[in-house]
Ligand binder design. Structure first.
Ligand SMILES: *[C@@H]1O[C@H](CO)[C@@H](O)[C@H](O)[C@H]1NC(C)=O
Ligand SMILES: *[C@@H]1O[C@H](CO)[C@@H](O)[C@H](O)[C@H]1NC(C)=O
Ligand SMILES: *[C@@H]1O[C@H](CO)[C@@H](O)[C@H](O)[C@H]1NC(C)=O
Length: 361
């Protein structure tokens, strides 16, 4: 099992993992850090600087928003992939190209799924509706060369019209329904070779209307037993069907960590998600520039804290051409001065490249 997984990795990483200290010289740390950072840009035309960074191997992927999308988006994506494929730092695996294609109101690429998660959950046969929605999401995204969906939402909503239910982004108010829909969606979408991401771990289903981590700090006051029995239950099922990726929430959950939001919390990411739930896939942050993190310094500082907590991918989604590069440089500095442990960072790099190895070229 282990050697099969390793043989799928880029040769550059293999030599890197094989030879410890020497490898620090064999592989440019900025290329390794680059695998861990998802960049973004404003408008329809990517800045030349981002293509240059891509050729330098400092871009692990791109997140697309509505403002980046018109009928030419697949050509734009192809231009990133081909710039990367020609780069001396090419890993042999495509860049991650991701977006939020949840269905209903939250869709960045024109096309399905038309139904919101709530409508899927309320349909006569939620499991088939979720399978269809997962297939539609995959087909819309592949049609535009997007290879990763930041969906489905696994949050179990507590109050009608609250933060996650207000935009119909939750499949339902019970873990059983959310689990049923999420596993069907994930299975269908991943079978169509589009990476699925379960979010927002351990759950935003209790956030009130207006409690938006993009804008401000949010505290979820559920007990650990409530969080485990209701909010985490869909993750157990999703992990069992082979879920690729988990996005952590930026809310604070004092039941396990009174100081650090989930995505900055070793307790949530290492102890709960990896050790207790057994997740071995890739972790990704929510927007690193989120207002919820205002007490945690600059985007660079937050990225180092997130990486230290166990987040593999950092989402630099401010649509600002310099944000991602600043984060790559900060990760390199933190590896060099020992703030980040090289061993655990290597394990994350290995997970990311293994995931990228699943993307059709
Ligand atoms: C489409 O995108 C490609 C790649 O970025 C670019 O070269 C081309 O000019 C764009 N075409 C239009 C019509 O915008
Ligand atoms: C879920 O919503 C339904 C319909 O509004 C309601 O009857 C039920 O009590 C709710 N279940 C939970 C666990 O809140
Ligand atoms: C881009 O992001 C960096 C890092 O977050 C920030 O320092 C800078 O002010 C931003 N620039 C713009 C134009 O928003």
């Amino acid at each position: 099992m282990k050697s099969t997984a390793l043989s799928q990795l880029a040769p550059v990483l293999l030599s890197f993992l094989a030879s410890g200290v020497e490898a620090r010289h064999a592989v440019d740390l900025s290329v390794q850090a680059g695998y861990h950072v998802i960049h973004s840009y404003p408008g329809l035309t990517p800045p030349e600087s981002l293509l240059t960074l891509t050729k330098q191997g400092k871009v692990g992927g791109i997140i697309l928003f509505g403002e980046n999308v018109d009928s030419n988006v697949s050509n734009v994506i192809a231009s990133f992939q081909s710039a990367y494929a020609k780069s001396p730092s090419y890993s042999g695996k495509p860049l991650l190209i991701m977006t939020d294609q949840e269905g209903g109101e939250v869709r960045r690429i024109p096309g399905g799924p038309d139904l919101s998660a709530k409508e899927v959950g309320e349909s006569a046969d939620p499991s088939s509706a979720a399978t269809k929605a997962g297939q539609e999401a995959a087909s819309t995204l592949s049609g535009s060369k997007v290879n990763c969906n930041l969906a489905p939402v696994l949050d179990v909503f507590r109050q009608e019209g609250n933060f996650i239910d207000g935009a119909q982004r939750s499949f339902g108010n019970t873990s059983a329904l959310v689990s049923e829909c999420a596993t069907a969606w994930i299975t269908a979408q991943q079978a169509a070779k589009v990476i699925a991401t379960a979010k927002h771990f351990p759950g935003l289903g209790d956030a009130a209307a207006g409690q938006d981590t993009d804008a401000e700090p949010v505290t979820i006051k559920l007990t650990l037993s409530q969080l485990r029995s209701v909010d985490e239950a869909p993750y157990v099922k999703a992990i069992a069907v082979g879920l690729d990726m988990v996005m952590a929430s930026w809310a604070l959950y004092p039941a396990l960590d009174a100081k650090n939001p989930s995505g900055l919390s070793e307790s949530w990411i290492q102890s709960e998600l990896r050790k207790r739930l057994g997740f071995t896939g890739v972790t990704i942050t929510d927007a690193i520039e989120a207002g919820a993190l205002r007490a945690f310094g600059t985007d660079e500082n937050r990225a180092v804290l997130a990486s230290k907590a166990g987040m593999d991918l950092i989402l630099a989604s401010a649509r600002n051409a310099t944000q991602g590069e600043g984060i790559v440089n900060a990760l390199v500095a933190a590896l060099n001065d020992g703030t980040l442990a090289q061993d655990s960072f290597n394990a994350g790099t290995q997970r990311i490249l293994a995931l990228r190895g699943k993307i059709p070229a």
